[in-house]
Design a protein around this ligand. Structure first.
Ligand code: HEC
Ligand code: HEC
Length: 228
């Protein structure tokens, strides 16, 4: 047994860093022009507005690996009005609408590159101390109770869509969050959005822990629906 380990160890040590390195240089070459890979988050309103894509320096504690790998091969828009809505809204006959022509499709990766990029992204864990592992406790809420909380009581629907085409467009859609993001990150982000995004337009509502948990239950319930 001891012998076998010694024989195989160097191979394992060699393979892992090479895969991560290929992914890291891919990120530098193909992603860094639009995404910060090592923070800090924008601290001025101008930097926040001008940022080209979400920060990826904490991708490893934010995204779900399976989602990342698939999404990078078939990217769809998660923010209906792009990175900063102010740049992609035009006035139509019925009020403001998203100016689709101003939004470009996201670059796509093939399966091998998506795998390498995902491995490298999952290793980026800046700000991990802001997350408490196990902060989210598994639970359930009905869609109607969840929506009541999200819309009527807390006013979140003004900026976030809970199904395609329903809800505000300035924030990311929440009906894919259950598959896209890690639950403990969500609790930490909603508890104090400015800790992650000092200039965010999302208001700090001092939500109770009970409500934070219910929001994540709600996102999970939405993700179980099949919106296409
Ligand atoms: C030309 C600019 C540009 C380049 C290059 C680019 N991205 Fe993006 N990326 C964006 C924008 C803009 C968004 C926000 C799109 C949205 O969600 O609507 C985004 C979104 C993302 C998201 C999803 C964020 C979320 O929270 O939902 C991930 C993950 C991502 N990019 C990874 C990558 C990786 C990996 C690369 C390199 C292979 C890359 N991007 C290259 C502009 C870019
Ligand atoms: C004024 C608009 C606005 C309101 C109101 C708002 N948000 Fe947000 N929210 C945003 C924006 C914008 C982001 C993305 C972070 C950024 O770029 O600043 C965000 C991010 C999030 C995220 C992380 C999603 C992701 O894909 O990264 C969650 C979860 C969230 N909001 C939940 C809520 C909840 C719950 C409420 C109600 C208590 C709420 N939001 C109210 C604008 C808003």
């Amino acid at each position: 047994m001891k012998l076998a380990l010694t024989a195989f160890t160097p191979l394992i040590l060699l393979v892992a860093p090479v895969a991560t390195m290929a992914g890291s240089s891919l990120l530098e070459q193909q992603c860094a022009e639009c995404h910060s890979l090592n923070g800090p988050a924008p601290t001025t309103a101008t930097a926040y507005r001008e940022r080209k894509g979400p920060d990826l320096g904490y991708a490893g504690i934010k995204y779900r690996a399976e989602w990342l790998e698939q999404w990078l091969q078939k990217p769809t828009r998660n923010r209906p009005a792009g990175m900063f809505y102010g740049k992609h809204i035009k006035t139509g006959p019925k009020g403001d609408v998203v100016d689709e022509a101003s939004l470009k499709p996201h670059p796509k990766l093939d399966a091998a590159a998506a795998k390498a990029a995902t491995t490298a992204l999952m290793a980026l864990k800046e700000g991990a101390e802001r997350i408490k592992t196990g902060d989210y406790k598994t639970g359930k809420i009905s869609l109607s109770m969840g929506e009541m909380l999200f819309d009527k009581f807390r006013g979140c629907l003004a900026c976030h869509q809970v199904e395609p085409g329903y809800g505000g467009v300035s924030g990311p859609e929440v009906y894919t969050i259950g598959k896209r993001l890690q639950a403990d990150y969500l609790v930490s982000f909603m508890r104090n959005p400015k800790l992650w995004e000092p200039r965010t337009i999302m208001p700090a509502r001092k939500l109770k822990d009970r409500d934070l948990q219910k929001f994540v239950h709600y996102f999970n319930a939405l993700s179980a629906e099949d919106f296409q």
